[in-house]
Design a protein around this ligand. Structure first.
Ligand SMILES: Cc1ncc(COP(=O)(O)O)c(C=O)c1O
Length: 420
């Protein structure tokens, strides 16, 4: 029977990555350098077991964990997150209060709630180009316009941000610009972290009083713990003197377990209730058991040692990825890559004559050669900075070092085939 779908459902498109994942699953011999998953071998089985056993062996704690929780989330975990954040960020974060910490089912939910709370259809979020494609899909779904701002190899260009804002002002659209979204550490898709100086300049622009309503800055910290090189700059919040324009979106997905799916936000005071109202009407609280479990993990001191092991694993895998690129791609004219500061991704640029998309020759050739990647074009906002179709996101999270080497060699062969 034909279903009568809502306007939103009719205008929604699935995530392009779903199609890629289906291909990977359909052919287990394909080496997937596409998925942004963490390395399964690093998942914290022993730590989770220990925390789980302790939690469930105490009757009162177990009863609390197995019951519904509150919309805003389990307070001891919120306190622990805040304490960690304050210890890392120092004095500016010192007067933050736990009332501003909200727990969600992954940081994607936090991004969703915040976006729905701040923006109406037709409003604008500025994003670096390229940007995290799941968030771009979320914006499309909500009818929000994503306008891309140019980047160089060190992230978003403050001058380009200023110019984009000027263009929008000339077009009479400044009042529709409600937020800037950045993944400021080891971003997805390029693995690049913003320097302290760039953070300061970006924030100076966004906090400029000409923006009415104020332009919120969403700092997505998903890969903050996985920065492997360079000095870790403070978050964008540090450069927000009132601390009321920056929204921090964190997660334990990359640093501990995506299966737990625990995200958190530190929000401007005025946003906490509106965001919780949205959340209350959706799920009135994220899975409580996971929050209690994560709190145990932190309490038992199991988290930091785990992150340290993760960093060692990814450091090795990143080195293998860069070596493989050097061995298999460096001799191909016009092929270059960014060596990331950490995270899970390496961004490749091909000659402009070699598009990487699903309709192009290269994608099919790569699959024939046994390797799957994410075409970079998915990572570009629909408006603003132009889409670079000759780009590729590679992930070194899931495959073994041997598979990374083999996959990148296969990709090199596919590129050579297409360029011949
Ligand atoms: C930049 C970025 N933000 C947020 C997320 C979502 O993480 P979560 O599992 O917390 O929803 C991801 C996941 O890949 C990501 O890459």
């Amino acid at each position: 029977m034909p279903v009568s779908l809502s306007l939103r459902a009719r205008s929604a498109h699935g995530q392009p990555i779903s199609e890629l994942m289906a291909r990977a699953l359909a052919n287990p011999r394909l080496i997937s350098l596409a998925a942004g998953f963490v390395d399964s071998a690093t998942l914290p089985q022993a730590e989770t077991r220990q925390a789980f056993q302790e939690l469930l062996s105490e009757t009162l704690a177990a009863q609390q964990a197995l019951q519904y929780g509150t919309t805003i989330g389990y307070t001891p975990l919120r306190e622990a997150i805040l304490e960690r954040f304050q210890a890392e960020e120092g004095s500016h974060a010192a007067d933050l209060h736990v009332d501003r910490v909200v727990l969600t089912a992954g940081s994607n939910q936090l991004l969703h709630l915040v976006t729905e709370t701040l923006l109406d259809p037709g409003d604008i979020v500025l994003c670096s180009a390229p940007s995290y494609f799941v968030y771009l899909g979320l914006l499309r779904n909500l009818g929000v316009r994503a306008v891309g701002v140019d980047c160089d190899e060190r992230g978003i260009l403050p001058d380009a941000l200023d110019e984009q804002l000027d263009r929008l002002a000339h077009a009479g659209q400044l009042a529709r610009v409600k937020a800037l979204y950045l993944v400021s550490y080891c971003d997805n898709p390029r693995g690049v972290s913003l320097s302290a100086e760039r953070r300061r300049r970006v924030m100076d622009i966004c906090l400029n009083s000409r923006y009415r309503p104020p332009l919120h800055v969403i700092d997505d910290l998903a890969y903050r713990e996985l920065q492997l090189s360079g000095e870790r700059a403070p978050s964008l919040f540090h450069f927000d003197p009132t601390g009321q324009q920056t929204i921090l979106a964190g997660t334990f997905s990359k640093s501990f377990s995506p299966g737990m799916r625990i995200g958190w936000g530190i929000l401007p005071r005025e946003l906490v209730s509106p965001v919780c109202h949205q959340k209350g009407n959706i799920d009135f609280g994220s899975p409580n058991l996971n929050q209690h479990l994560m709190h145990r993990v932190l309490q038992l001191g199991l988290f930091d040692a785990h992150v340290q092991r993760l960093r060692e694993t990814y450091e090795r895998k990143l080195a293998v990825t860069v070596q493989a690129a050097q061995a298999s791609l460096a001799s191909l004219p016009g092929v270059r890559w960014i060596v990331p500061d950490g995270g899970l991704y390496v961004w490749l640029e091909l000659p402009p004559s070699v598009p990487s998309g699903l309709d192009g020759q290269l994608f099919h050739r790569a699959i024939e050669r046994g390797v799957l990647y994410v075409p970079g074009e998915y990572c570009y906002p629909d408006e603003g900075a132009s889409k670079q179709r000759n780009t590729i996101r590679l992930s070194f999270g899931v495959p073994s070092p041997a598979a990374i080497t083999e996959g990148i060699a296969a990709l090199g062969d596919a590129i050579a085939d297409v360029m011949a």
